[in-house]
Write a protein that binds this ligand. Structure first.
Ligand SMILES: *Cc1c(COP(=O)(O)O)cnc(C)c1O
Length: 362
């Protein structure tokens, strides 16, 4: 019997010593919020992501919500987004006071279908929130053309797409801003919650820095209604310790994904095609109409799988008050997707073992 293959492990590995050194540095300094580690991480992450500014916040959800607010989007405004994502994409729109509107998926890319976005635009539409799902960029060329033509702003949900590119351009730099999450499972993960917004707009960056800190312009002067969502110094130090390895980890993810594609050739599942070489493979979903049986089959062989995501966002009970439009493609995809293990510490032999088990599925 081969050794089990968990979906992933969140204990620090090759980077453990650097992480400890970063934590120790913060504790020795005794400065925990809005200090030198965050300032340095913001500069380093902005440079890695190809933007002028990065603004650290508490979570990826807050990164989206605060960016919408900083752009003046709120009650009465509609934001068009994807029905297939972490529900937080839509919840963030609601946190800003705006209304999420769902346009169905491009069935190959599994991201917003530009043609359906066009059809979903109303006089109230203020913004598009495409999601670079699983690490694959949305069709930003087509979405940008729509946004320009219809005078809409784009905020990119890049929470699964660190270092991804869309038609050669870094994600998060194509729209007005890009939101990133550093939740522990993400391609760049903290050891707790963290997020950031990247932008090259100085005014937007300044407003985000104010909004994340209670709306303060100077100490104890709250010029506007902000919230309290900061990326703390310990998490910033951990992210700084990891950031230099991110490019190498991304290369490894791509190599593992390519190996899966070759090894799964002829297997009784659908492997969604790669639509852009800038894909960073946060996840590796396959599709089957017999998902429960496949998951049971793999679990029996020690292989752990997860579902991203089982429920289309518009069908979530939390969105019951929002007038929903049906998204039949997303509904079908939610019933079929199953993520195979994929992370930088996975070995070639692990991939071969998982693929062989999928081939053996009857
Ligand atoms: C993780 C994630 C979020 C939310 O990020 P948090 O840091 O958990 O708040 C939003 N959108 C997508 C696509 C995500 O994967």
């Amino acid at each position: 019997m081969s050794p089990p293959i968990p979906f992933m492990s969140l204990a620090p590995g090759e980077d453990a010593a650097e992480i400890r050194a970063g934590i120790d540095r913060v504790i020795a300094r005794g400065w925990y919020i809005l200090g030198p580690e965050l300032e340095a991480f913001e500069a380093e992450f902005a440079a890695a992501a190809g933007a002028t500014y990065a603004v650290g916040v508490g979570t990826g959800t807050d990164a989206i919500a605060l960016t919408l607010r900083a752009l003046g989007i709120g009650p009465g405004d509609e934001v068009i987004t994807s029905p297939l994502s972490a529900a937080y994409s839509a919840l963030a729109i609601m946190m800003a006071g705006a209304t999420p509107v769902f346009a169905d998926l491009d069935p190959d890319r599994l991201t917003l279908d530009p043609g359906r976005v066009d059809a979903a635009i109303t006089p109230r539409t203020a913004a598009l929130l495409p999601v670079h799902l699983y690490g694959q960029p949305a069709d930003m060329t087509a979405l940008s053309a729509i946004a320009t033509r219809r005078n809409l702003v784009i905020v990119e949900d890049a929470c699964q797409a660190h270092l991804a590119t869309a038609a050669g351009r870094p994600v998060g730099t194509i729209g007005a801003a890009g939101a990133f999450s550093f939740y522990p499972t993400k391609n760049l993960g903290a050891l707790g919650d963290a997020g950031a917004v990247i932008t090259s707009d100085t005014q937007l960056a300044d407003r985000l820095k104010r909004l994340r800190n209670g709306g303060q312009t100077t100490r104890y002067l709250h010029a506007e209604f902000g919230v309290n969502t900061r990326l703390d110094e310990i998490q910033a130090a951990i992210l700084r310790a990891r950031l230099p390895r991110l490019a190498g980890w991304t290369t490894r993810r791509r190599a593992l994904a390519a190996r899966y594609r070759r090894a799964l050739h002829g297997a009784p599942v659908i492997v969604p095609p790669e639509q852009d070489p800038g894909h960073v493979y946060h996840l590796f979903p396959i599709r089957t109409s017999r998902r429960q049986a496949l998951q049971d089959h793999l679990r029996h062989r020690g292989i752990e799988t997860l579902i991203h995501y089982p429920i289309p966002i518009p069908l979530q009970p939390a969105l019951a008050g929002i007038p929903g439009s049906r998204c039949p493609i997303a509904e079908q995809v939610c019933g079929e997707v199953c993520s195979l293990p994929l992370h930088p510490a996975l070995t070639d032999a692990d991939v071969d073992q998982v693929a062989a088990a999928v081939h053996a599925f009857r």
